[in-house]
Design a protein around this ligand. Structure first.
Ligand code: SAH
Ligand code: DHB
Ligand code: MG
Length: 219
């Protein structure tokens, strides 16, 4: 199967470029044991988020959709000691599992897990402390609202990344799926927004065929 080949290549890159990492692996194990769905970013995707944040010298990072804290751990590790990751999660059980994982990984001092509907949490964040990197990875119909609300919390030079914009090609084959509609609306919003310049990349690997939107705030 082609998916097995994609996963095999991901594993090879993981072995050669990432190596073993107890805290990240324990985060995935503990999340699955706690009953959370296995939908965290893949290791190579997590490393990409980590590198992007370091490339822009991020000191403040915002995440929408924490789950068990796997992508949060990759992002938190990109921060300097005084840096801050704010990660938003609807489900109190997911947030509790994430807090325990981030504590065990030694980054809890840099991370705040905020429980509640992300759109309300976003509205409660102060606009005078912009985020350098934003990772949007919660419910997909919420994408346009999260992107618009997060954009108000950025500055020129900030980077926004949105996960799952391809969904096995459903963006083309299932335009009426509410999750897909969230992505299509996001594309319209980005295209109409003069303050951002963006692209999207299809990805294959352990998470099948999917993709990431990457946007730069230009003004
Ligand atoms: N970023 C994580 C995966 C997130 S999965 C990782 O890669 O490790 C999506 C998460 O978004 C789930 O934990 C889900 O509970 C959360 N979520 C769903 N709807 C939400 C909402 N309205 N507000 C905040 N979080 C939400
Ligand atoms: C799903 C959500 C995700 O964020 C993801 O990366 C993969 C799958 C889902 O809801 O099915
Ligand atoms: Mg995702």
């Amino acid at each position: 199967m082609v998916d097995d080949l994609w996963a095999g290549v991901d594993r090879l890159f993981g072995e050669r470029l990432l190596g073993p990492d107890d805290a990240l692996e324990q985060t995935l194990v503990a999340s699955l044991e706690a009953g959370l769905p296995g939908i965290a970013v893949s290791p190579v995707q997590g490393k990409l988020l980590n590198l992007l944040a370091r490339m822009v010298g991020a000191r403040r990072i915002l995440e929408v959709g924490t789950l068990g804290g796997y992508s949060a751990l990759w992002l938190a590790r990109a921060l300097p000691p005084q840096g801050r990751l704010v990660t938003l999660e609807l489900d109190p059980h997911h947030a509790e599992v994430a807090r325990a994982n981030l504590e065990r990984a030694g980054v809890a001092d840099r991370v705040e897990v905020v429980v509640g509907p992300a759109i309300e949490s976003l509205r409660g964040l102060p606009g005078d402390q912009p985020f350098d990197v934003v990772f949007i990875d919660a419910d997909k119909p919420g994408n346009p609202a999260y992107f618009a609300a997060a954009l108000r919390l950025t500055r020129p030079g900030s980077v926004l990344v949105v996960d799952n914009v391809v969904r096995q090609g459903r963006i083309v084959t299932h335009p009426d799926d509410p999750a897909v509609m969230g992505v299509l609306e996001l594309l319209d919003l980005v295209a109409a927004e003069p303050r951002v310049d963006a692209t999207a990349l299809q990805t294959v690997g352990t998470k099948g065929h999917d993709g990431l939107l990457v946007a730069l705030v230009t003004a």
